[in-house]
Design a protein around this ligand. Sequence first.
Ligand code: 3HC
Length: 675
Amino acid sequence: MTSPITTHRDGNVLVIVSNNPPVNALGAAVRQGLEAAVKQGVEDDSIHAMVIRCDGRTFFAGADITEFGKPMQEPALPTLVDMIEAADKPVIAAIHGTALGGGCEVALGCHYRIAVSSAKLGFPEVKLGLLPGAGGTQRAPRLAGVALALEMCAKGDPIPAKKALDAGLIDTLAGEDSLEADAIKFARDCLHKPLPRASQKTAKPDPEAVEAFKKANARRFRGFDAPAANIACVVKATEVPYEEGVQFERAEFMKLMMGVQSAAQRHIFFAERKAQKIDGIADDIKLRDVKKVGVIGAGTMGGGISMNFLSAGIPVTIVEMQQEALDRGTGVIRKNYEATAAKGRIKPEQVESAMGLLTPTLKLDDLADCDLIIEAVYENMDVKKDIFTKLDALAKPGAILASNTSYLDINEIASVTKRPEDVLGMHFFSPANVMKLLEVVRGDKTADDVLATVMALAKKIRKVAVVAGVCHGFIGNRMLMPRQVEAMKLLMEGATPEQIDKVHVDFGMPMGPFQMSDLAGVDIGWHRDPTRIESIRDALAAEKRWGQKTKAGFYDYDDKRNPSPSPRVAEIIEDFRKKTGTPQHEVTTEEIVERTLYPMVNEGALILAEGKAQRASDIDVVWIYGYGWPVYRGGPMFWADTEGLKKIVGGLEKHDFKVAPLLREKADKGERFTS
Ligand code: 3HC
């Protein structure tokens, strides 16, 4: 097998080049090739300096994650990085693309770093539940100080080359098209200078920065193991010599690597990428051109959906029925952009360029030249059918017609058109300009190229897309239903909303079932007759306890929307318990988990068996990106695997649930849902 590492000479400089597509991950062959090349450079007296660079789209983007959990082949990355640093001739990292994780560590092990200005450097390991395990936590604070090292290691967001230059992580910038030549020239300039080695520098303690960082990120880090370990390693770098620090780093790295959280986060890394792949459709299928998008409805959903396309530079025509609603909708879009600009996340001119791509109109006919039309009106089959009948008459041939329905039957909607092959669901999650998930609902007749086009478009608008089949609530909301139903039953049997919500928040969810109801609106789906009170929900709705928007729902809210337990709700619940004569018992945390989370796994198994999700990992992606399931638990199906499917079946049976046949079969055979 040919090595991914090649070398060539430019006079007395040895250029070491990696070519390991797609991202130059530092797998065994790359590490072995690098080791041999650096050795060659060190041993050859006619070589005076070395440059390490990569071909393709990026510098090394990290260790090869697919090797994790398998027996490690020599040389290990920490050994290789130390060997590079120990070389007695200047070694220069020439960086383009993203120097990430182990890639960044290789760069910091080099004596000098030169980068094109579009390059980024970072330690995303924490997002995989890990820490930089090849000296990164020890070299970064020595080069750039504790504050930046904490930001990079414990938060995991990459920094641009210019910032890295200012911080001392890189030494100079190179021309975008002359990286190798500039690196060679830089190498020659370094000859005869003492070799700077990051490991030999001192990292100054900065306890104030550490405390401030911990405080500022306490919420973000809640439940995760890896950020604290990253922080501990960076602090260690300020306390002990490098040799001792890397030993500490190694031990912490191995602890995380063996833990469930990292396994879960690595599962999600690959699950997210796998979700883009559509079984049975070739990767190279010809896609339709989507240059102009139409959105019907300028409400919260329509506005949020439009923003995704505007932000990606795609013109949007947005339609409403009344001028006032149209003005309100476009006003909200502008306000959202302006708020983002005020926070410094986009430039003021980007607000105008996005708004400049928006065409508001009251005429449906103005959508005639759109390549994709997304209907985002309220959930009513008759209304949707009426809109699709009109769209069928006016849309240009080949236009993709999508519904943003969150529950309704896409096949039924498609059936009113003469082109059901062009129809599918695009279920955005609220707020649609923020939430990452997009469920792409494949109707029975949806054409392959329509599905593939929308999946590719999703990536362009920076969504994580998952293909779902037609069923009530698709993947996410279908699994939400049994959870909400059981939560209500538990209230009747003796639990409080606060107790149930707390179990979910302690589990790692951003909010519990009742906090979610209050946010979404207790009145959603309400029959609107205050005299008809058949459930706790009806009683709340009748009293205008519609949730956060009326400052009262399952909780009472103050002016800043801070919730507190509601004595009135307690009365209503008590009243219902008495009226229905529901037997009461003490509800435990265990029971709440078994009755609200296990049924979700059960529903997931049904969805899988019915082919409404392509794979178990897609279900996990839906719940991570659409509902805030804690990523360190890997999504409901991965979590079920880690709990043990036998235990899940046992819990379901204990509470008289009908166990999904696929779940039972897997439990009996000792199998898992996820690999
Ligand atoms: N190992 C193995 N495969 C990797 C990989 C890695 N580090 N990084 C990316 N890939 C694979 C992806 O799975 C994907 O495979 P597929 O085509 O079969 O689905 C392919 O490379 C392309 O990846 P993306 O689709 O993500 O491509 P993008 O261009 O969108 O993004 C990227 C490129 C920014 C480099 C992104 O892939 C990324 O963030 N990668 C992970 C980087 C990372 O986490 N590095 C740290 C690894 S841990 C480590 O280094 C430990 C060390 O400290 C000891």
